[in-house]
Design a protein around this ligand. Structure first.
Ligand SMILES: [Zn+2]
Length: 424
């Protein structure tokens, strides 16, 4: 306990506390009339009934409290939106034709190269403000719209800088192997050998990234090329993530198992026997139903995966092309309505499982020994998260025992600007 005997904060009068258990079960632990005691940044006690005293008290007013969310897959640094392309696609344009005309991801690459670091940082701040208001406190962010040394470094330096400025914790991933940029023509091997691999060593050596990702898909990078990237990542001390079997099966899911990746993502077209391999290798399946929704495609087989014993997490895939959805709560609703996940499973998927796939085993669960990262919902029951998609249901965000956001009240990161410990 800090200084005095009393812990720092009690969150009390919790109408419903809903959390994943610390172990691997999918069932939620639900309790009524509860309280949570936080000392320093960590939860020290969770109970029901009359709470013990603490230096500060936060009355949840009978509302539901859940762990803060983690988003395990985003492309949140980008130079411009692509609303026109969305319009074209809705009217039947084919993505390959859009790409051939210089649109698609190449348009984002050009726009991201053209923006200054300050401009990219300012737009990332805006995105993170929205994510925070949706209850996200931990967010993975990939590079991969620079696709040359100068602009990939610019993206990653922006992530590092904004991570130190904004309360949402960013987990940086190097994704130099996102696409082959126009100046390399169709020389994917040359691009990997001469650009991706040396730059990966550099950014890993500088501590700018925690993970490396590769887009394994026919017409982008083959399974063999992806293996080269993930093997080099491992040698550079980075664990792998992979965009696998999004459009058609091409060996990416098997590769994720072979390479012991932290996660295999998308998996819309993943064969069942390869998914069993993921399970046996302990790789988290990160599913991104927002992308299927926006592209009007069939969803990944979440129900089958959970029944087969896979660890499943949900993420937004937030990006200006295939999925501009930023709200992880909407992703939970898609998981429940479109992929037959139970509401409880969607909550576990965006809390404990998402955090673990990012190597953050200290969060995503409300139990002693975990970080005091909590959400007070504007609802009496966590079910409202999936039952009322689109409603702004996050009333308060508590990070490491500090209330840092309240809906409609400008208290966001007050503690960072004052720099005063203990000021609430
Ligand atoms: Zn992605």
């Amino acid at each position: 306990m800090s200084g005095e005997e009393m812990p720092d904060l009690v969150v009390h009068n919790i109408g419903q506390l809903a959390t994943a258990s610390p172990d691997g079960e999918w069932n939620l632990q639900l309790s009524k009339d509860g309280y949570v005691i936080i000392d320093g940044e960590m939860i020290v006690e969770v109970g029901e009934g009359e709470p013990p005293a603490a230096r500060d008290a936060l009355d949840a007013g009978g509302r539901a409290v859940v762990p803060a969310f983690s988003d395990p897959h985003t492309h949140a640094v980008f130079g411009a939106w692509r609303a026109q392309e969305f319009d074209l696609r809705l009217r039947g344009a084919d993505y390959k034709n859009i790409l051939a005309g210089g649109g698609g991801i190449l348009e984002t690459v050009a726009a991201t190269r053209a923006k200054s670091a300050d401009e990219l940082a300012s737009s990332l701040h805006e995105h993170l403000d929205v994510m925070l208001s949706c209850g996200v406190l931990t967010c993975e962010v990939k590079s991969g719209y620079g696709l040359d040394r100068e602009h990939e470094l610019k993206m990653l330096e922006v992530v590092s800088r904004v991570d130190s400025e904004h309360p949402v914790e960013l987990i940086p991933t190097f994704m130099g192997a996102h696409a082959v940029p126009p100046e390399w023509g169709d020389d994917a091997d040359g691009f990997i050998r001469e650009m991706v691999l040396p730059l990966m060593d550099e950014v890993a050596g500088r501590g700018l990234v925690e993970y490396a990702d590769v887009f394994c898909e026919p017409g982008v990078f083959t399974a063999d090329q992806s293996r080269t990237v993930l093997r080099a990542a491992r040698e550079a001390g980075l664990q792998g993530r992979i965009h696998a079997d999004e459009m058609e099966p091409s060996g990416g899911t098997q590769l994720a198992a072979d390479m012991n990746c932290a996660s295999a993502d998308h998996l819309l077209a993943a064969p069942e026997e390869e998914l069993r391999g993921l399970r046996d290798a302990g790789v988290t399946a990160v599913l991104l139903p927002g992308t299927a929704f926006m592209l009007q495609k069939p969803y990944a087989q979440a129900r089958w995966m959970i029944d087969a014993g896979l660890t499943v997490a949900l993420g937004t895939d937030f990006n200006p092309g295939s999925c501009p959805i930023i709200d992880i709560k909407l992703i939970m609703a898609l998981g429940a309505t479109q992929m037959s996940m139970t509401p409880a499973e969607t909550l576990v998927a965006v809390t404990r499982n998402a955090a673990r796939s990012l190597g953050r085993t200290d969060r995503g669960v409300i139990a002693p020994g975990f970080r005091g990262d909590l959400l007070v919902l504007e609802a009496p029951d966590y079910l409202h998260l999936v039952y009322r998609p689109g409603a702004p249901l996050v009333r308060q965000v508590i990070q490491g025992g500090r209330p840092i956001y309240e809906r409609g009240v400008d208290v966001t990161y007050a503690y960072r600007t004052t720099g005063e410990e203990g000021e609430r």
